[in-house]
Design a binder for this molecule. Structure first.
Ligand SMILES: *Cc1c(COP(=O)(O)O)cnc(C)c1O
Length: 368
């Protein structure tokens, strides 16, 4: 049996190594995972306290329209309920968008490098992928606008960008949107928006009325600390959402996830607290990188991309043996680059110590 041609040879997504696997493999008691941009502080205690009674409803199908979550979210964001679509993680929305708008003969424009699910889903649909290199780790919006052609159906903007953590500003995005034909859907993936502190960051919601070809993706997986429950959402014009709804599974977001989303929205002090701690964590890591003479991209997310000066595979392996899981990928095109999630203060300190010890012992080929 052969799968359809677009699926043949497609890479399988490699998630960050799970904690238990690393404990077993290396005989470690304590392992720190800074690999998947999960919230080191978990989720709001208020969510945990009130979530469980909803498990009693497990025998029933969930509300396919996510009415309660929709109502709360619309109020929270100050938008209409009809501007929202929920997904089994924002990953599912990436899939729905690709399924809905892409096919052979069309193309999608994206940065090189960015979140890998865009490319994989485009390829599954048989669309061409046009990759535009980052400039200083940041989306090169002028070059991306240039790359758009009559066959372009989707443009992916990851802001802040994963894996580099960099952002494009409101003014940059407006100038960009003005150049994109209405035949192309612009996706602004804002998975890390709640971590952003730079006030030049796009007020993307305010752009929706002027640019009907825009969709914004957000998630409960990152700052809300609910990655396991899988709930993300898209914000767009009802016209776009009507199309996406045609390809959505009817019960795509489970009831516990919907309930957790509602509860999580009610505890905004948890979000504020995580944001503050994250900002200190970025400062903690980047001041260590400065001291160690390592280059990094300025981050507005909950991770930092750093070039250590030592082949990333080696750094990754050494840290792993010390019980610290980070992320590296040869396809990123930065031979000494790793992406490290901001942890708690103690986790960050343990990471810095392990990294520094290794660098001192091993030395560096490249001074960056
Ligand atoms: C983590 C992440 C997502 C996926 O989030 P889920 O809601 O858990 O599917 C989407 N986009 C980017 C850029 C991410 O980093």
């Amino acid at each position: 049996m052969q799968p359809k041609p677009t699926v043949q040879g497609l890479p399988v997504y490699q998630p960050g190594k799970p904690i238990d696997e690393v404990k077993r493999e290396y005989g470690l008691q304590h392992v720190i995972k800074l690999a998947s941009n999960e919230n080191p502080f978990g989720c709001s205690p208020y969510v945990l306290e009130h979530l469980l009674p909803s498990a009693k409803e497990a025998a029933l199908y969930p509300d396919g329209a996510a009415r309660e979550l929709r109502e709360q979210m619309a109020r929270h964001l100050g938008i209409e309920e009809g501007q929202l679509l929920f997904g089994n993680g924002s990953d599912e929305l990436v899939q729905l968008i690709s399924r809905c708008y892409l096919q052979p003969g069309t193309n999608a424009v994206m940065a090189d490098v960015t979140f890998p699910r865009y490319e994989t889903n485009c390829r599954i649909e048989g669309a061409d992928v046009i990759k535009v290199p980052l400039k200083d780790g940041t989306h090169d919006l002028d070059a991306m606008a240039q790359a758009v052609n009559d066959e372009t159906k989707v443009v992916w903007l990851c802001n802040p960008n994963n894996p580099t953590g960099t952002m494009v500003t409101h003014d940059d995005v407006v100038q960009f949107l003005d150049q994109i034909p209405s035949s192309a859907l612009v996706v602004m993936d804002e998975a890390y928006v709640e971590y952003v502190t730079d006030d030049r960051f796009p007020d993307s919601l305010s752009l929706l009325s002027e640019y009907p070809n825009l969709i914004i993706l957000r998630t409960f997986s990152k700052i809300y600390g609910l990655a396991s429950l899988r709930v993300g959402y898209g914000i767009a014009s009802p016209d776009i959402l009507t199309e996406l709804n045609r390809v959505r599974e009817p019960f795509n977001v489970n009831a516990l996830a919907q309930r957790a989303g509602v509860l999580a929205l009610e505890d905004q002090s948890f979000v504020q607290d995580c944001r503050t701690k994250n900002t200190s964590g970025i400062e903690q890591l980047t001041s260590a990188f400065d001291r160690l003479n390592m280059r990094y991209f300025p981050s507005q997310a909950n991770f930092v991309f750093v070039q250590t000066g030592v082949p990333s595979e080696e750094v990754f392996q050494h840290l792993l043996e010390q019980g610290i899981i980070v992320r590296h990928d040869t396809s990123w095109g930065f031979p000494t680059g790793i992406r490290v999630t901001i942890g708690s203060q103690e986790e960050n300190a343990a990471f810095i110590q392990a990294l520094e010890q290794f660098i001192q012992k091993r030395g560096r080929e490249r001074v960056l």
